[in-house]
Design a protein around this ligand. Structure first.
Ligand code: PEP
Length: 252
C-alpha cells in the first residue's frame, strides 16, 4: 500500500513572517493526521525559518526549484547542496517553470539527477497544456516529459521520488480534471509507463499525485481513485483550513 501524500506548493506567496504564521496555524491539525504524509514548499526565503518551526513534527519541507550545479558563478541560483541542509523534497519541472523560465525536458532531467545525488526527493511534475489536450496529445506529452525527466535513472534512484500529474489547464483555473480522467492518465501514461521504463515494482511503489485546482470540495473524489496517491496543491495550500481539510480527505 502506498501512503497518501498531500503537498503544498506555495509558489511566490508569503513573506517569512506570513509563512511562519501559516505553518503555526496548520501544524497542530496536520500533526494529528498520522496516516498521511504532508510536504510544504514555501519560497526559498522562508525555508530556514519554517524548518525550525517544523522540527519535531511529521510535516516535511520541500523547495520549489533548484539549479543542477553544486556551486559556482550562477547568480541568483540555489544548489542542491544548499537545499539539502534545509529540505527533504524539491518540486522539479512545474509547468510554471517550464512556461515562464524555459525549463526544458533536458534541464528537468539534470535537475532531477542533481537533486537525487544530493539526497533530495524530487516531485517531478508532468502535464499537458489545453492545446495539447484538445489535440488529443495528452498521453504523448505526459510520457515524453516522464521519459526525458527520468532519463539515465534506474530502480535504485526512484523509490522515494514522487510524480505529480498536473494538467496545465487545471492549474490555478478552478477547473479541475475529472477524477476518473486524471486516474486514467496516471494509470496509463505514468504508472504503466514506469513499469516498462523502470520496473513493475517501482511502478507499484512510486506515489503519483494529482495537481490542478484541488480543494476541500473535490479532494475526496480524487483520493478515491486507485492510482492517485495524493495531491500537489497550489492555491488551497495557502489557506490553513483548506489544506487541513484536503489532508483529512486523504486520510479517508
Ligand atoms: C500547482 O501549482 O501545482 C497547483 C496545482 O495549483 P492549484 O492547486 O492552484 O491549481
Amino acid at each position: 500500500m502506498r501512503r497518501p501524500c498531500v503537498a503544498g506548493n506555495w509558489k511566490m506567496h508569503k513573506t517569512l513572517e506570513e509563512s511562519l504564521h501559516l505553518v503555526d496555524s496548520i501544524k497542530p491539525d496536520l500533526d494529528e493526521i498520522k496516516s498521511v504524509d504532508n510536504v510544504i514548499c514555501p519560497p526559498f526565503t522562508a525555508l530556514a525559518g519554517v524548518k525550525e518551526l517544523l522540527e519535531g513534527t511529521r510535516i516535511s519541507l520541500g523547495a520549489q526549484n533548484l539549479f543542477w550545479e553544486e556551486q559556482g558563478a550562477y547568480t541568483g541560483e540555489i544548489s542542491p547542496l544548499m537545499l539539502a541542509e534545509l529540505v527533504s523534497y524539491v518540486i522539479i519541472g512545474h509547468s510554471e517553470r517550464r512556461a515562464y523560465f524555459q525549463d526544458s525536458d533536458e534541464a528537468v532531467n539534470k535537475k532531477v539527477k542533481a537533486a537525487l545525488a544530493a539526497g533530495l526527493k524530487p516531485i517531478l511534475c508532468v502535464g499537458e497544456t489545453l492545446e495539447e489536450n484538445e489535440a488529443g496529445r495528452t498521453g504523448e506529452v505526459v510520457q515524453r516529459q516522464l521519459t526525458s525527466g527520468l532519463k539515465g535513472l534506474g530502480e535504485k534512484d526512484l523509490g522515494e521520488m514522487m510524480i505529480a500529474y498536473e494538467p496545465v489547464w487545471a492549474i490555478g483555473t478552478g477547473k479541475a480534471a475529472t477524477p476518473d480522467g486524471a486516474n486514467q492518465v496516471i494509470k496509463t501514461h505514468i504508472r504503466d509507463a514506469l513499469a516498462s521504463l523502470i520496473s513493475p515494482e517501482i511502478a507499484q511503489k512510486m506515489r503519483i499525485l494529482y495537481g490542478g485546482s484541488v480543494k476541500p470540495e473535490n479532494a475526496r473524489d480524487f483520493f478515491q481513485q486507485p492510482d492517485i496517491d495524493g495531491a500537489l496543491v497550489g492555491g488551497a495550500s495557502l489557506k490553513a483550513e483548506a489544506f487541513v481539510e484536503i489532508t483529512k480527505a486523504a486520510a479517508g
